[in-house]
Design a protein around this ligand. Structure first.
Ligand SMILES: CCCCCC/C=C/CC(=O)SCCNC(=O)CCNC(=O)[C@H](O)C(C)(C)COP(=O)(O)OP(=O)(O)OC[C@H]1O[C@@H](n2cnc3c(N)ncnc32)[C@H](O)[C@@H]1OP(=O)(O)O
Length: 725
């Protein structure tokens, strides 16, 4: 790990090197500081270029060192040294310049970026604010409004957009370092005053105070419960109101405050958990290290319903040529129009960001009714509706048509992968790829490993996730897999609470205040109540297959709520029909309004079923809904369906709108304390013995009996398990 230099003509080139992403560790910062000091003091040097080794400028501060950061690394003084240099300093940005990496580049007098490079200040995603001058220099360069958008979202900005915004001075297609050297030579001797960003005035919109007040309100709403986006607005206020040096103090104060919070620890955990889950290992010993993913040059998608359309869009966005197949001309026409409109929207979005080349870089999409066209594709993703018989028919068909090396994936949210694999001539090449809606936006891909699935197939599906810009999480094959298995119990608990006297909007508010993107009732209305109704009808929980004489509120020995079924029988399917748990301004409306009809209906329902209602507190709502989900998470670990708590957390953070600043459900449980979770579950199970899902799992009990070990040790307590992975 070193910053080494060479001199090219009179330009010193300093290379930051700390593989794999040149994170600014204390050692690297010291080394760069030494190299910059040497270059400044060397008479033979007239200008300096700073670059990163192996095509990456820098991914910012070394997050692994954060628990040692209390003293603060000398990054701020290094950046000041660079900015104060009388010799021009040029940043040659390849790959990424993120966080402290971009802050360092902002200290340089000029910035040249490769066209494929990204820049950003993603500290907020780690529960922090930029604190090495980034939030003070950037608004002096690109203005308050653009800075606000970058630092409160942490978004990565591609080089061309960065050029448009004014973050970089030039974008080049190749030889970034050579170009930087040429630029450095050209500006030798020119005055640097206007290039020292800390000395410039902040570019403010008129009435900047009102602008910031409004921004604070918006950010509070958008990132409900998260502290760091609010601190980002505060730091910008300091940039506007205070001279640079005082602003710097405020920046540091806010950073140091955030640095001690549970939220930043949770977000750092979530960051590493996402990287951890990519490193899958099977009990057989096969792993991400040993398995070789096969190339995915072409793909096919079967079915152009809601999921199929967005999967096609996702593949095209990843530049993978895709063939989209439907069963009849009418469906094909509807589906192809929908895909083209999704792609148009994506193109528009990208063009607004300055990526004029984006249209040409989409993977080509071909629409067909002809299975024969699928003969040569590398991977097929079946995305028809959830019907096992239909899926099996398709898999049988694919078996006979696709080349022997083609992988066959099913986009199912919970059906048995093995049953589908069993009808093919290549069960080892069949795998579940559970996309989340809308698939071209949502980051999660649950990769479902069947009994026969080979490690090559797993690693190819995990690579597909990465190619699509998603986080792939490997899970075992069980009904509903991991995400939906936990979600079902959470939703069921919410419905029980309505039977017991709470209102949908009270439950939604409590869980949204906790931080979930959407409460369970708004979520059901959005997804469509009829989907669950159909599934329950098919398995005989309701409808004509339900044995006569089954008690309305009981299935087997378990409590059952027929409320969602009754709503469907009354045509209340949610947003699509303009009524569900809420009412909407029209069919397809999105504005959920409490519905007096529902209150009357619930009172009548409670009377008919002789239900005793009680005042349900916010605490009970949160504990019952979340702890039942967490309890199932422990069962999933016990059953070997997920290999560790990190997998469950990554699934929830990326697929279910769980607030990342609590780390995910399992991390949250570890912070609350497992003994507390256990005691509460015991209490709620005691009061509701007909809800066995509230009965604490044996793995939770075991962990408590072992003294509540930290989350990273949970795996070691699993002991012998019948792993499904
Ligand atoms: C009081 C004042 C003090 C001021 C102090 C200054 C503070 C500055 C704050 C910061 O800079 S916070 C850091 C901001 N940067 C980020 O958040 C970047 C995070 N990284 C990424 O987005 C991605 O990793 C990437 C850089 C875009 C690369 O993505 P890719 O998909 O190619 O690879 P990954 O699997 O994500 O990462 C590879 C490898 O690198 C590790 N890593 C990435 N970034 C960092 C980092 N900043 N610090 C340490 N390690 C990092 C990652 O964990 C992977 O490691 P593994 O062991 O191979 O799993």
């Amino acid at each position: 790990m070193a910053a080494f230099s060479y001199i090219c003509d009179s330009v010193a080139v300093i290379t930051m090197s700390n593989p794999p992403v040149n994170a600014l560790s204390s050692a690297l910062i010291r080394a760069v500081q030494k190299a910059v000091e040497e270059a400044i003091g060397d008479f033979a040097v007239e200008a300096i270029v700073i670059r990163g080794d192996k095509g990456k400028f820098s991914a910012g501060a070394d997050i692994r060192e954060f628990n040692r950061l209390e003293r603060g690394p000398p990054l701020v003084s290094l950046i000041d040294l660079i900015e104060d240099s009388k010799k021009p300093v040029v940043a040659a940005i390849e790959g990424v310049a993120l966080g402290g990496g971009l802050e360092l580049a902002l200290g340089c007098h000029y910035r040249i970026a490769h066209a494929q490079a990204y820049v950003g200040l993603p500290e907020v995603l780690l529960g922090l604010v930029p604190a090495a001058g980034g939030a003070l220099r950037l608004p002096r360069l690109i203005g308050i409004s653009a800075t606000l958008s970058m630092i409160t979202t942490g978004k990565y900005v591609q080089a061309r957009e960065a050029l448009k915004l004014g973050i970089v001075d030039k974008v080049v297609g190749e030889n970034t370092v050579d170009e930087a050297i040429q630029l450095a030579k050209k500006v030798i001797g020119q005055p640097l005053g206007s290039r020292q960003l800390s000395t410039l005035p902040v570019q403010c919109p008129p009435n900047v105070e009102a602008f910031l007040d409004e921004a604070m309100v918006k950010v509070k709403k958008q990132f409900r419960g998260a502290q760091s986006p609010l601190a980002c607005v505060e730091v910008l206020r300091a940039a506007v109101q205070l001279p640079y040096l005082e602003g710097k103090k405020k920046e540091r104060e806010l950073f140091q405050f955030l640095y001690t919070t549970d939220q930043t620890r949770a977000q750092q955990y979530a960051f590493f958990a996402e990287r951890e889950v990519a490193k899958w290992t099977l009990p057989s010993g096969a792993s991400w290290k040993t398995a070789s993913p096969q190339p995915i040059r072409t793909a096919a998608v079967i079915g152009l319903g809601t999921m199929g359309r967005s999967i096609v869009t996702s593949l095209a966005k990843a530049k993978i040529p895709v063939i989209a197949l439907e069963q009849d001309k009418k469906q094909l026409d509807i589906g192809s129009k929908a895909v083209m409109s999704l792609l148009d929207r994506e193109i528009l979005k990208m063009e607004q960001l300055g990526h004029t080349e984006f249209t040409n870089s989409l993977g080509p999409v071909q629409f067909t009714l002809d299975y024969g066209k699928l003969r040569d594709v590398d991977i097929v993703i079946e995305a028809v509706f959830e019907n096992m018989a239909l899926k099996k028919e398709i898999f049988r068909h694919l078996s006979g048509i696709c080349k022997p090396e083609a992988f066959l994936c099913t986009n199912t949210s919970g059906l048995d992968i093995d049953e589908m694999a069993s009808v093919t001539n290549r069960p080892q090449m069949v795998i579940g790829t559970h996309f989340f809606s809308p698939a071209h936006i949502m980051k999660l891909l649950e990769v479902v490993h069947g009994h026969y699935t080979s490690s090559t197939t797993i690693s190819t599906a995990m690579r597909l996730a990465k190619m699509l810009g998603k986080v792939g999480v490997l899970v075992g094959n069980c009904p509903s897999f991991v995400g939906n298995r936990l979600m079902r119990l959470y939703v069921e608990q919410a419905v029980f609470l309505v039977e017991e006297g709470s209102k949908p909007e009270e439950i939604d508010r409590a869980l949204e205040d906790f931080g979930l993107a959407m409460g369970p009732f708004r979520m059901m209305d959005l997804a469509g109540l009829d989907i669950g109704w159909k599934a329950r009808t098919e398995i005989g929980l309701t409808g004509p297959k339900l044995p006569i004489g089954t008690p309305a509120r009981q299935r087997g020995s378990k409590r059952y709520s027929p409320l969602p079924d009754i709503l469907c029988e009354k045509g209340r399917f949610g947003q699509k029909s303009g009524q569900g748990w809420y009412k909407y301004e029209k069919s397809g409306g999105r504005n959920a309004m409490p519905d007096p009809w529902l209150y009357n209906f619930l009172s009548e329902y409670q009377r008919i079923h002789n239900l005793k209602t009680h005042y349900v507190t916010q605490e009970e709502i949160i504990e019952r809904c979340l702890y039942v989900l967490i309890n199932e998470g422990f069962k999933v670990l016990e059953d070997g369906i997920a290999s560790g708590p990190e997998d469950i957390d990554v699934i929830y953070n990326n697929g279910y709108g769980w607030p990342k600043y609590t780390g995910g459900p399992m991390y949250y449980a570890s912070i609350v304390g497992l003994p507390v979770v256990l005691t509460k579950l015991e209490k709620y199970y005691g009061a509701n013995p007909d809800i066995p899902d509230l009965k604490p799992s044996s793995f939770l009990k075991k962990l408590v009996s072992k003294g509540n070990p930290p989350l990273k040790e949970w795996r070691s307590h699993l002991g012998f398990q019948s792993s499904m992975l």
